[in-house]
Design a protein around this ligand. Structure first.
Ligand code: ZN
Length: 297
């Protein structure tokens, strides 16, 4: 895989409720797409492969941006598998293997959030800077980071949504929504945590509801932690919750106050919305095969 990718690229945005499957090319053109409900792994993956085969056979590569967690260790026999997930039937599912076998080409796979981070860095809101962090705040919270053109990972992909944040003084009674940690960042600021506390999504709460400020404050704590860890040149904040009017501005204000001018990046400048719009998931899958060296199966 690499720079000279002639021909079709199979793109899979593998989500917990649906798979978006498409045929694209390295000029970022999407030629055809379909939507397949995420049910049982064998059924869903087989339907995706069948549709792709109906579109042709000469694929140059397959890019998969998947829900996780994923095994991404190139040395692991379980590379390209979903590992332990709370989604029924999907734990220990080989996602990469069937596509590689049936389509006969190399597979690039990573998490959906890492794909989005790489796509935003390559073509979107992180273009032209050496480092970018992408944070999605929606049903869950996830983050991916690109430094010097490469996704940051250690034993596995980062789990930035699960960092600890201090409790907001006006939010001390809620136990938190994360099934693993209770009141981690995701447990305190994801969409379902907002509904659990206040009975409505953030965008449906009245403009003067304290929830707006509490959620912005939590996200600003996270911004400060990420700035302290690696001073990203951009912090791209997307996802359903971030679409709430005024939220990104509140995060910037709290992050600037909390950071006290100590960090190199000014939150007012480095915090930005995503730029790739509704195709960002598929473009994430594309970025995984356009910009990463091939990995063994
Ligand atoms: Zn957690």
């Amino acid at each position: 895989m690499g720079q000279d990718m002639d021909g079709k690229i199979a793109l899979i945005e593998a989500g917990g409720t649906k798979f978006i499957v498409a045929v694209g090319d390295d000029a970022r053109k999407i030629h055809a797409r379909t939507r397949i409900e995420t049910t049982h792994p064998e059924k869903t993956i087989a339907a995706a492969i069948e549709w792709l085969q109906q579109q042709g056979s000469d694929y140059a590569a397959v890019g998969i941006a998947s829900f996780g967690p994923l095994d991404l260790d190139p040395a692991s026999p379980k590379w390209g598998h979903i590992t332990r997930t709370t989604k029924p039937h999907w734990s220990d599912t080989d996602v990469a293997g069937p596509f590689a076998r049936e389509l006969g080409c190399a597979v690039g796979i990573d998490t959906d959030v890492n794909g989005a981070a790489l796509a935003e860095w390559t073509w979107g809101a992180g273009q032209g800077v050496n480092s970018a962090l992408y944070l999605t705040v929606g049903t869950g919270i996830g983050g991916g980071a690109v430094v010097g053109g490469r996704l940051v990972r250690g034993l596995s992909h980062p789990e930035m949504g699960h960092i600890r944040v201090p409790r907001h003084p006006g939010d001390t009674y809620f136990a938190g929504h994360c099934p693993f940690h209770g009141d981690c960042l995701e447990g305190l600021a994801c969409g379902p945590s907002i509904i659990a506390r206040w009975g409505a999504s953030l965008s449906d709460l009245a403009a003067d509801h304290p929830g707006h400020d509490i959620i912005a404050w939590y996200l600003a704590q996270a911004v400060q932690s990420f700035q302290a860890i690696f001073e990203p040149a951009r912090i791209i904040m997307g996802g359903g919750v971030m679409a709430t009017p005024g939220l990104i501005q509140r995060v910037k204000t709290h992050a600037a106050e909390g950071g006290a001018g100590y960090f190199a990046g000014d939150p007012a400048e480095i915090i930005v919305p995503p730029a790739l719009g509704e195709d960002s998931g598929l473009l994430g899958a594309l970025a995984l095969v356009c910009d990463r060296p091939s990995e063994p199966e």
